[in-house]
Design a binder for this molecule. Structure first.
Ligand SMILES: [Zn+2]
Length: 782
């Protein structure tokens, strides 16, 4: 690269902002979101916090339920007390009947599309052909005196017509009786049969008719339960009495009120020990659980739980359960961390589950609000995946029958427990509307999960959070993507859209756009403002700006409302130095250039071909110009230079004499999504330096951004995004001079086959080799 010389005066004009050249929409990208976000009001302010008139409804439940293990059926009866805190009188109430998802004509089934390619999966086959009569059988809807209330069922919703409108500020109590057949575990609830004994592990959720939400944003929430969009719920206090065969262990998202009636003396003693233990204590041991598999119930037992200020209630039950517990300190408060799992989960579950629950509570409490509930439970419900409810979650991660497991199963299990226990914060405490916005709980939770995973084990192979891991998704054609701001039921590629992309965006905000200090404060402020309230997207967007003083409208617009990727490149680099105007230096340079240019092919050949020229033959033909040096500075040149130097102040003189380099680097935004420009300068002497320019470098021209970069040392290489921070989908044009193409780190992940499940099982190979050589056999499930 040739260095060009600049005169000092010209520099001042160079420092003016470059003008927009061709057609760009930079202005749209950096314009405020005010026409997109809802108008602030006295319920939700422009700063993103609940307003002075913020209100929300409340529903308290008193439920008696029987688990019929023979028929795998739920039989329940409840009294709901509904508090109308809204400014409106309500002529009717809407109830959610989520179990109707499994009815023959449920909207989730009739609107589902599909095709048959190479056969049909057992799950899909069962769903299409299962003749069982699932869904709620509502046997009574009655007022506080027992008189029937008029009601109308509309698929997964039920309207109860009140005899007189429920006045603003008033409350009403009413009762519902129901029963339903429990489905097989479908990802959120149901039963799972494990082993030959035909014993069901029950994971019971959205099992009682419950109030729909009425709020200031939508009025009554009236999106049917289709299966993908989760739940929109009210806070309330619960008292739940669960009756089950007396050899079954019941765990629930609440505080057990009658331990003396349902636990044995031995169990109660262990329970006491667990209060001060630093490792989980088995309340029911594996040996006891295996014994119980062969037992026959001799009667029934009723487990009574209470849960205050929760938005839902779920429970688990099985005679196969091992149950471990440990009381842990979370921000100065004692919390029970517990796990329920059958022997098929061991050795993984006994070793890790409750420890991971405890870590999750501490990690999330630090970043959001202190965990407010008395209990947090992880249950082993399924081979993969997980599902969350207040204080209780149903999780995957199952070893092989021989007790070995792959690294992916172990890390997948730890990751999913962090995730599902983490949901206690989003959405169980920060009660977002899941039926509308999946990212508000999944995305925020996946982001916190990523942080908690790194705190759990160094270099934990997080699937989501690192910018590089979202690159394959961001490379997709935009017609195969929807923005993060898409309704829960309309999301394509759910895992990437609702979990990974928002989690990555938040990680980029924290590391690259805002910095950890500003981000962490603002994120915690959002959690603090909206704990036990119902936030919507604008409340999140506004709070993060309001508490950090960073204008993020461009970021929300690009990452949350758009589908464009990040793709930056370095197009060109120009190199300049300051012209000292010293005639001695300048003319010597001119001379060198002129001499170089004089070495033409003709001149080289003529040097030998023309033996002697006429003037050489006749020296008397020479004159002044045969010896004149046109590159020697004249007296006039020297005087001009002296005058110039005298006109400069000390700073200017220093700048002229320093010999600084000036580089004009031409960055290009090829992907559309504007992002900060991070560039590493590698110097001639082997050192380097990283410069960071905020995303606003694109505010006048969103395609081309030229930066003038002064350096003392010569730059030999320029590298964009050297720490893989911005999810650039094409890194081959990120260096200047260009380097030969090499695989990006994302491709390396793929080559190694790092996926959530499957993968090699070196633990099993080692065990088999050991057994073959006659060494001790490893621990077995039995
Ligand atoms: Zn989740």
């Amino acid at each position: 690269m040739l260095k060009k010389l600049l005169s000092l005066v010209a520099l001042t004009t160079l420092l003016l902002p470059a003008k927009a050249q061709t057609s760009f929409n930079a202005n749209n990208r950096f314009e405020q979101l005010e026409s997109t976000l809802p108008t602030p009001n006295s319920y939700r302010t422009a700063s993103g916090s609940p307003g002075k008139d913020y209100w929300q409804q409340r529903a308290d439940y008193d439920i008696k339920v029987e688990l019929d293990d023979i028929n795998r059926k739920i039989i329940g009866s409840e009294t709901i007390t509904y508090y109308n805190n809204s400014p409106d009188d309500l002529p009717y109430l809407w109830i959610q009947l989520d179990q109707n998802l499994f009815e023959k004509n449920a909207p989730g089934k009739t609107t589902k599309t599909g095709e048959i390619k190479n056969g049909i999966s057992a799950g899909a086959f069962q769903e299409l052909t299962d003749p069982k009569d699932y869904g709620y059988k509502i046997t009574a809807v009655k007022d506080a005196k027992g008189n029937p209330l008029r009601h109308t069922i509309n698929q997964t919703m039920m309207r109860i017509d009140l005899p007189t409108p429920l006045k603003s500020g008033a409350s009403v109590s009413f009762g519902i009786d129901w029963n339903y057949l429990i489905t097989e575990y479908y990802g959120r609830s149901g039963y799972e049969i494990l082993g030959k004994e035909n014993i069901a592990n029950y994971f019971i959720a959205h099992w009682f008719p419950r109030l729909a939400v009425y709020n200031d944003v939508y009025g009554w929430q009236h999106k049917q339960f289709m299966g993908q969009g989760e739940f929109t719920l009210n806070f309330g206090n619960y008292k739940v009495a669960i009756t089950a065969p007396n050899d079954i262990v019941v765990g629930a998202g609440g505080e057990l009120l009658n331990p003396n009636q349902v636990m044995t003396a031995t169990q109660l003693k262990r329970w006491e020990q667990a209060k001060t233990a630093t490792r989980p204590v088995e309340i029911v041991t594996q040996d006891e659980a295996i014994k119980a598999e062969k037992s026959v119930p001799t009667g029934k037992k009723t487990w009574v739980f209470k849960a205050d200020n929760v938005r839902d209630f779920a429970f688990t039950a099985s005679r196969k359960f091992i149950w471990d517990a440990m009381q842990v300190d979370v921000e100065g408060k004692k919390v029970w961390a517990m796990s329920y799992y059958s022997k098929e989960g061991n050795p993984l579950w006994g070793k890790y589950s409750t420890m991971v629950v405890a870590h999750t509570l501490r990690s999330y409490s630090k970043r959001t609000v202190a965990y407010p509930y008395p209990v947090a439970i992880s249950c082993h419900a399924t081979a993969g995946g997980g599902m969350e409810y207040p204080m209780i979650s149903f999780n995957g991660g199952r070893p092989e029958a021989d007790g070995t497991y792959t690294e992916n199963v172990k890390n997948g299990m730890i990751g999913v427990i962090i995730h599902e226990v983490g949901h206690n914060f989003f959405p169980m405490i920060i009660n977002s509307d899941e039926r509308q916005w999946s990212w508000m709980d999944e995305g925020l939770n996946t982001f916190c999960q990523y942080l908690a995973e790194q705190e759990w084990d160094r270099n934990f192979p997080a699937r989501r959070g690192e910018p590089q891991t979202i690159v394959p998704y961001m490379r997709l054609d935009s017609k195969n993507q929807v923005p993060i701001m898409a309704n829960s039921e309309n999301i394509m590629d759910f895992g990437n859209n609702a979990y990974a992309k928002p989690a990555t965006a938040l990680n980029i905000l924290r590391e690259t756009v805002m910095g950890r200090e500003l981000f962490d404060y603002a994120f915690k402020e959002y959690a603090r403002r909206w704990a036990f309230k119902q936030p919507y997207p604008a409340d999140f967007f506004r709070t993060l700006e309001d508490a950090s003083g960073v204008d993020l409208d461009w970021f929300w617009r690009g990452w949350f409302y758009g589908t464009e990727p990040v793709n930056q490149s370095i197009e060109t680099v120009e190199w300049f130095g300051i012209d000292t105007q010293d005639p001695t230096v300048k003319k010597a340079g001119d001379k060198a250039v002129a001499e170089a240019k004089a070495k033409t092919m003709s001149a080289i050949r003529n040097k030998t071909d023309i033996k002697r020229t006429v003037v050489e033959e006749n020296p008397d033909l020479t004159d002044f110009y045969n010896t004149y040096d046109r590159f020697a500075p004249t007296e006039a040149d020297k005087k001009k230079y002296q005058d110039y130097m005298a006109s400069l102040n000390e700073d200017e003189k220093k700048l002229v004499s320093e010999g600084k380099n000036f580089y004009v680097v031409n960055f290009k935004n090829k992907g559309g999504l504007p992002m900060p420009v991070i560039v590493k300068l590698s110097y001639e002497d082997g050192t380097d330096e990283v410069l960071r320019f905020p995303a606003e470098v694109w505010r006048l021209n969103d395609v081309t951004a030229k930066k003038i970069i002064p350096t003392s040392k010569k730059v030999v290489k320029w590298t964009l995004d050297p720490f893989y921070e911005i999810a650039d989908i094409d890194t081959e044009d990120n260096s200047f001079p260009r380097e030969p193409a090499q695989p990006t780190k994302v491709q390396l992940f793929k080559m190694q086959g790092r996926t959530y499940s499957g993968g090699p099982n070196p633990m099993q190979e080692a065990k088999n080799a050991k057994e073959k050589s006659g060494a001790v056999t490893g621990s077995k499930n039995n």
